[in-house]
Design a protein around this ligand. Structure first.
Ligand SMILES: Cc1cc2nc3c(=O)[nH]c(=O)nc-3n(C[C@H](O)[C@H](O)[C@H](O)COP(=O)(O)OP(=O)(O)OC[C@H]3O[C@@H](n4cnc5c(N)ncnc54)[C@H](O)[C@@H]3O)c2cc1C
Length: 396
């Protein structure tokens, strides 16, 4: 007899969404989060339209839309020429119930799932509690967790590692994290500034080989996310001193600005060599990480969660074949390697390096120009984020 059916390590958005799906299905879950509260550093803010069905299924879409906001427009701005390429998501109307993107800080999404989870009798949430060791055998998984009461040992039938890019779960499984680390650093800033007075779209990609940026409105009070890039060889501790110079190039609207928060990030393209080992599965950044250009990191993590929770629930509650978890692991790894990562790399190359200029830049821009003028091409281009989804193996 185990303490829990499933332990989820990590209380980021992937962990909370997975835990909520499992608990709503009737699985006895425990989520452990090392920090005392949900981390609110500025990271994911954009949820592509394709993930909204999954939030709906969990019963949290409406609340997420109420707290964040929805929008359809995109602007690609070529800094060197001033060319503006604009399109919106209206061509998706009739093809999906929710033809818009949601903008919302990822901590807020995690908090919505947290509040729903907390209300369920079969769910336990432990903040300030870090998993420190993990062992498994054919019968179950046993972890040591260190929390306010000291060290405790917990057992479960299955464990989900949703503990982010530095995942201790992944390391405990001895799984490599194959890929590369970029030589640049991204600086994500949340700033009050009137980008709309400069006619920016609510999602604007500024294409430039020096001051490329992703600029996204994140709430109705005028807070925007402005992410730019700098050389990782520059000392990280001084990044705030360099911020005013960056803002001279990036803030183009009327009036002043007020910095809300900022954080520097190293960026990687990496995936675990397997997303499952025995009774432990990985999801979200613990399984795969990408540079954020295009907003595919958590999008891929949410699709992990949506594929995983019904499968794991069926294995735990209905004696479904645990080999289904291998299908989950293979499907999700393939999606990252074949779709998420190549597209995020191409987007970074375009936005932050202007594809090196010349014919390569023209070719990339032509793809966007065709999307802007041709509804079918636009629908096909926008469909990319739907192809990051895989069906839950138990339902396939
Ligand atoms: C600047 C930036 C912008 C981004 N923008 C977007 C975007 O717009 N759209 C998008 O889709 N993606 C975006 N991403 C990617 C997105 O932020 C990540 O994919 C997302 O954070 C992954 O969520 P997660 O829950 O898997 O991991 P995390 O958010 O990293 O959460 C992991 C949690 O595990 C906890 N933890 C770690 N170790 C332990 C342990 N031993 N025991 C217990 N708990 C532990 C941590 O404290 C943390 O709370 C962005 C990333 C960056 C850096």
């Amino acid at each position: 007899m185990h303490d829990f059916d499933v332990i989820i390590v990590g209380g980021g958005p992937t962990g909370f969404v997975t835990a909520l799906g499992l608990a709503q299905a009737g699985v006895k879950v425990c989520l452990v989060e090392a920090e005392d509260a949900i981390i609110d550093s500025p990271r994911a803010a954009v949820y592509h339209w394709s993930v909204l069905d999954g939030l709906e299924r969990l019963g949290i879409r409406e609340e997420a839309e109420r707290i964040g906001f929805t929008k359809q427009d995109y602007l690609w701005l070529v800094r060197s020429t001033g060319e503006e390429i604009r399109y919106d998501l209206s061509v998706l109307e009739g093809y999906t119930a929710f033809p818009y993107n949601l903008h919302l800080g990822q901590d807020r999404l995690a908090a919505i799932a947290h509040d729903r989870l907390e209300a369920l009798p079969n769910a336990e949430i432990r903040f300030g509690t870090a998993m420190t060791t993990l062992a498994q055998d054919a019968g179950g998984v046993r972890v040591a967790v260190e929390g306010p009461e000291g060290v405790e040992y917990l057992s479960c039938a299955y464990l989900v590692g949703a503990d982010g890019a530095g995942s201790l779960v992944r390391k405990a499984l001895n799984l490599g994290f194959e890929g590369m680390t970029w030589p640049e650093r991204f600086v994500a800033t949340n700033v009050y500034h009137d980008f709309e007075s400069a006619n920016y779209g609510l999602t604007t990609m500024v294409i430039d080989d020096q001051w490329g940026a992703v600029i996204v409105k994140i709430d109705e009070e005028g807070l925007w996310r402005c992410t730019y890039m700098e050389d990782a060889a520059l000392p990280e501790r001084d990044y705030l001193q360099r911020l005013p110079d960056a803002y001279k190039h990036l803030l183009c609207g009327q009036g002043g600005h007020r910095l809300d928060r900022a954080a520097p990030y190293r960026m990687h393209q990496r995936a675990a060599e397997s997303f499952r080992k025995g009774r432990v599965v990985l999801a979200g950044d613990a399984a795969h990480v990408t540079n954020p250009t295009g907003g595919y990191g958590l999008t891929t993590g949410l699709f992990d969660a949506y594929a995983l929770w019904p499968t794991l629930a069926a294995v735990v509650l209905e004696d479904a074949n645990p080999a289904l978890l291998d299908i989950y692991a293979e499907d999700r790894r393939r999606i990252y390697l074949e779709r998420t990562s190549p597209k995020a790399v191409a987007n970074k190359h375009l936005v932050f390096h202007a594809c090196g200029g010349g014919a390569a830049l023209e070719e990339a821009l032509d793809g966007l120009r065709v999307m802007a003028r041709d509804a079918d091409a636009r629908r096909m281009g926008l469909w990319f984020v739907k192809t990051l989804e895989t069906p839950s193996p138990v339902e396939a």
